[in-house]
Write a protein that binds this ligand. Sequence first.
Ligand code: IPE
Ligand code: IPE
Ligand code: MG
Ligand code: MG
Length: 328
Amino acid sequence: MSATSFDQICYLIADDLTAIEKKLSEKTTSEYDFVDSAVQHVVQGGGKRLRPILLLLSAKACGYKGEDAHTLAAIVELIHVASLVHDDVLDEAPIRRGRETLHSKWGNKVAVLVGDYLHARVLSMLIARHAKDPAMAILSDTTQAMCEGEVIHAYKSGDFDISADDYLKIIGLKTGKLITASCAIGAILGTKDERIIQGLTEYGEAVGAAFQIIDDLLDVVADRKKLGKEPFSDLREGKLTFPIIYIHKVCTTEESTKLEHAFSSEINKVASIEWIESLFHRYQVQTYCRGVAQEYANRAKSALTMLPETSARDALGQLADYGVSRDW
Ligand code: IPE
Ligand code: IPE
Ligand code: MG
Ligand code: MG
């Protein structure tokens, strides 16, 4: 496992990331004070900026040198932030990026509308670019797929009949699509070579799967100080995730009945959460999830062999491993 830190991976694009922070706040400013405070609360609220980083590194790895990537990188982050604001309403989450969530602070109405506001800003940023921009089609499809994935996940949230494969399809929509779009848009900025664009698309799909599997794992095992989210949120919500689907498959019949019961009714009881946490140890769930995620990361890294050898390509490879070893 690569021990390269996240900041080391990003050093190649440090100046671009500063420019993107500026763009993010400039492009989302509202002339109305309250709207602006609510919007900036989420836009400037930290976060790893993974999608802009993937877009910039993908563009760089394909030889791109311009600044147009900054707007597109800001756009993918804004789509992400909008999805988080709405996701936190769905999940009734109290904390995000180490801060109170928007709906906790100002209510669901404000949160839903701020998410919509951010999508509207995205549309206007896209329209301000060229009409034939391929990013427009990619990003409108992506936004649709993310919503579809979230709807299906919400609908299937307590359904233990869902298989790991079904679940991987859902996360391919709700999380994988935007990560993949970020890589593909970066690639398209730098090259017309379809094989390279395809390589980065496959890279993005695999990184997206690894990323959400680890996100699901971190709900239970994260470094509490770094996570920036409330631990055990998925459990409290009774939300089926990759580790839970695995435990349900490998545990005893007695445990699986108890698990189903816990998810259907009593999951908010501390005892249930502690019991589920003990199953994570008994069935070595962390090792299993990190192992599956590493297989995806390896698949992602193989897809990069299509690209010329550059430091940006190396950074993308390290980022795939980081997605697996991360603890926040
Ligand atoms: C959280 O994404 C939601 C998922 C799709 C797993 P990130 O873990 O990238 O969240 P931030 O942007 O760093 O806050
Ligand atoms: C991903 O799912 C959310 C989106 C794609 C919007 P999660 O619900 O697992 O994300 P977190 O854990 O709240 O960040
Ligand atoms: Mg959530
Ligand atoms: Mg999660």
